[in-house]
Write a protein of this length. Structure first.
Length: 304
């Protein structure tokens, strides 16, 4: 029997898509009867639009686009899993402590994505911690330009995720804050799908998620292959950057990647300043974890 064709896109080349790409490259999806292709789209908003248009069946994306689409546009895209979404606030050379940010500037992408969400969140946290007068400075270009802005002193801090965070560190920038401090690690991204699609295709959804969980296990246990995949799909020329990305990423990865409703609730609270409906929204409406729960209860994870 021919495998079922599935398109599972991803929003960016950071470490967040690692398990998805590894699962496809290792042909684990094929072992579960699926022929999965994994195109790179231009950001999380594009992933949501492609899901709604039926161009994708599954998508790896960060939370703000999914939440905003549900709140504003009535989208039925929900998270089936949590996912890697490690983010760090990094200081320019010479800024080694968050206290030095008082009166300083943090780069803002201005695209209403995960960067802007985390900037709004951390400025609030810094203010609460007595670090006042932090201003936002618009950033031109994409993530790599954020490193340039740090090095040129156009901003004092910026939010980056590996592997770009590793590149910035090697050029003299400094880790100031790991958002894991706030429970926002492995929490603001994951695999999404339309609720209507998964309700109509429960067997395909279960197969996809079994393969994905098996791929995460392979990520955990096959360092060399995971590093190779990260290096290839992220376009990293220096293998040691991919290796350091893996070392940062792997230890905290959950064995079973449930969506983290607490972190989504935090995102909704921050977004409520822009979208009033977010203030009363229940984070659980953006999550469907019954498939992972059934997979766990079946004993599947224990067999890996």
């Amino acid at each position: 029997m021919e495998n079922i064709k599935i398109v599972a896109g991803f929003a960016g080349i950071g470490q967040g898509a690692g398990p998805l790409i590894l699962t496809e490259r290792a042909r684990i999806f094929a072992q579960y009867g699926l022929d999965v292709t994994t195109p790179l789209l231009k950001g999380a908003v594009s992933v949501v639009k492609a899901l709604m248009a039926g161009e994708l069946q599954f998508g790896n994306l960060a939370a703000p686009a999914l939440l905003r689409a549900g709140l504003v546009e009535g989208s039925d895209v929900v998270y089936l899993t949590g996912g890697i979404n490690q983010q760090f606030l990094m200081g320019r050379p010479g800024i080694v402590d968050r206290k030095q940010l008082a009166g300083g500037k943090i780069a803002l992408a201005g695209d209403r994505g995960v960067n802007d969400l985390l900037v709004a969140f951390i400025v609030e946290e810094l203010e609460g911690g007595g670090i006042h007068g932090v201003a936002l400075t618009p950033q031109e270009g994409r993530d790599r330009e954020r490193i340039t802005h740090l090095l040129q002193g156009k901003c004092d801090a910026a939010i980056l995720s590996p592997p770009l965070a590793i590149e910035a560190k090697r050029q003299g920038c400094n880790f100031l804050i790991d958002f894991a401090e706030y429970g926002l690690n492995f929490a603001l991204g994951g695999i999404g799908a339309r609720r209507s699609y998964i309700d109509q295709n429960p067997e395909i959804t279960t197969k996809f998620l079994k393969a994905y969980v098996a791929g995460m296990h392979r990520y955990h246990t096959d360092r060399a292959f995971a590093v190779k995949v990260q290096q290839e799909y992220s376009g990293i020329s220096d293998r040691s950057v991919a290796e350091e990305t893996y070392e940062i990423t792997c230890p905290g990865m959950p064995r079973i990647p449930y969506p983290v409703t607490g972190a989504l609730a935090t995102a909704l609270r921050v977004m409520a300043k822009e979208i009033p409906a977010a203030a009363t929204a229940d984070a659980s409406q953006f999550v469907e974890n019954r498939f992972l729960r059934e997979i766990e209860q079946s004993g599947f994870v224990a067999t890996l």
